[in-house]
Design a protein. Sequence first.
Length: 188
Amino acid sequence: MMVVNAKLALVLVSVAAFGYLQTALAYSEGAPLEVCTDLMPQHGAPAQTKESPYTLTLNRKSVKGGESVTLTLASKDFSKFKGFMVQARDSNDKPMGSFTSMPASKNNAEFKGKWKLLSCPDGPTNNTATHVNAVEKSRVVLTWTAPKTLDVQSFKFKYTVAKNGGEYWVGKESENVSVTQSGWTKKN
């Protein structure tokens, strides 16, 4: 009877450990398409409500259709992060514009092994950038390009950053980016 209980305990511990490991590693290769709308990691822990130690800075505060914006996701206090997801969102909260990918063979320390592109629903191709592994990062530099024709007057970048599987900040927003008149077209 003691041997049966020991075997049963071993099986239960193994199943629990496998489930935990599977959850912990599930998104170490980047966010899945299922989180495109709410940017909420499925890590099994609640999002942080305290101030985020991470910030998304932009190299410009206005853009015309077809122009690019360089985004830098980094820590305010030198703490590293393992995961992230970034999108530009229009006034209807839909993804807009596209991130630019660099060839994996190119020796670019800001890109290589840090992020990849997703095409989330309700938006153009490559509208989302996310991590490719759970290696700690101190910063990530991304390039986003506005659509040729913009039908909004302003937009923001929304992002989620995960320090680890149990500590993450969801749906943070960048400063507002205005669309210059020459890049803005009003829908009729």
